[in-house]
Design a protein around this ligand. Structure first.
Ligand SMILES: NC(=O)c1ccc[n+]([C@@H]2O[C@H](COP(=O)([O-])OP(=O)(O)OC[C@H]3O[C@@H](n4cnc5c(N)ncnc54)[C@H](O)[C@@H]3O)[C@@H](O)[C@H]2O)c1
Ligand SMILES: [Zn+2]
Length: 356
């Protein structure tokens, strides 16, 4: 079954297509959105080794002239240096503004290739084919593209939407398990902020086989929430902040551990649990909510308790977070599962959400 969502932003309308096996005849889909001849696929070594050959063959059978640029996997590749190499290779391939880039990989590739597309020759069209769970439910939707600078993540970027997002959950079968659960951290986040039904669905999944048999619906629900939030608030002035549930503390944990010890999803998991435990004890969140979150996190191999680090260290990391404006922090809290809101708090009051 093909699930189709449509993203409507001021600049354009484009589809998100979700179907197991859609990659098998991907050229057929691409033909609907791209009428010229030349395509450059941007991918990483892992994804290229697994899926590159079949992808190129299929596109070629539709008459496309296909080039592939493959980069080293990992966050370090989301850099200005790799971007420069990418521009050079695009020029070597003779890419013009009428040609197409396909971002084929996880969030690193989506952000890097998307930013290259937004800037190369003042912008050329691109299609997202996300291959990690995180990319399929989060980073490929919303138009945020970026590279990192030595001084911080995503410091150079833009808002640039693709022509289409095409999602084949079959590719998740080769995703290393830690990345699968990393993505589940964000899935649980969506359920917490906006989808009680999804939360219930996740609660009755007992093993990976059951997860995979429900994965298309899970992806659909998450994409739909992100689509809705992004349409209402493309540039993150208001409602898009709800997507930051668990992220204020999560980002701080990632930073304190130099982005090495915990994946993003793991750090966000701890952030969601800790903040909810606190807001519950302050009488803001319905009693029992933190326990429900904890049970779900355990089921998907995600941590819930923040590691033993000094509270001041976490506070310091939160202070530096670029998402906090002036003396205030926009904290995302739950009324209950599926119902979230933004609470603007004084930075100095943040400490009461951290002390255990
Ligand atoms: N733009 C946004 O809105 C947004 C949102 C969230 C995260 N992000 C960004 O996303 C990035 C993280 O994305 P990620 O977790 O996908 O990381 P990633 O791109 O590094 O992918 C994770 C790993 O999985 C491998 N991989 C991907 N798909 C695979 C598959 N199907 N089979 C086997 N291996 C596969 C990759 O080679 C890599 O080693 C970060 O840079 C983050 O800043 C962006
Ligand atoms: Zn996140």
């Amino acid at each position: 079954m093909l699930n189709k969502l449509e993203v409507n932003v001021p600049q354009k309308t484009y589809p998100i297509l979700i179907r197991k096996g859609i990659m098998e005849d991907i050229g057929y889909e691409i033909k609907k959105y791209y009428y010229n001849k030349k395509i450059t696929i941007v991918t990483d070594y892992n994804v290229e080794n697994l899926y590159g050959e079949g992808f190129v063959q299929n596109l070629s059978s539709y008459g496309y002239e296909v080039h592939t640029i493959s980069i080293r996997p990992g966050e370090n590749s989301k850099s200005i240096e790799t971007l420069t190499q990418l521009y050079n290779q695009l020029l070597d391939n003779g890419m013009t503004r009428r040609d197409l880039i396909i971002a084929f990989g996880g969030g690193v590739i989506g952000d890097l290739a998307g930013f290259a597309a937004s800037t190369f020759l003042r912008g050329i069209n691109y299609i997202q084919i996300p291959t990690s769970l995180l990319a399929q439910i989060d980073s490929s939707i919303g138009g945020k593209v970026a590279v990192n600078l030595p001084r911080g993540k995503n410091l150079v970027g833009s808002f640039y939407h693709p022509e289409a997002v095409i999602i084949d959950s079959n590719m998740l079968k080769t995703l290393p398990q830690r990345y699968l659960y990393d993505g589940m951290g964000e899935v649980i986040k969506y359920a917490c902020i906006k989808d009680k039904e999804l939360f219930k669905k996740l609660s009755i999944i007992n093993n990976e086989a059951e997860l995979f048999s429900n994965i298309d619906e899970i992806i659909y629900r998450c994409c739909n929430i992100k689509r809705e939030v992004v349409e209402k608030d493309e540039k993150e002035a208001g409602k898009r902040m709800l997507l930051n549930f668990g992220h204020t503390i999560g980002h701080a944990i990632e930073k304190v551990f130099n982005y090495e010890k915990y994946t993003h999803g793991e750090a966000v998991s701890m952030g969601m649990y800790v903040i909810t435990q606190k807001s519950e004890s302050l009488g803001i969140t319905k009693a029992g909510t933190a326990k429900l979150i904890k049970e779900l996190l355990i089921k998907f191999n995600l941590p819930y308790q923040i590691p033993k680090i000094r509270t001041e260290k976490l506070l310091e990391a939160i202070e530096l977070d670029k998402k906090s404006e002036s003396d205030f922090i926009n904290l995302v809290l739950l009324n209950e599962i599926g119902d979230s809101f933004i609470k603007k708090i004084d930075k100095k009051d943040m400490v009461q959400y951290l002390l255990t």
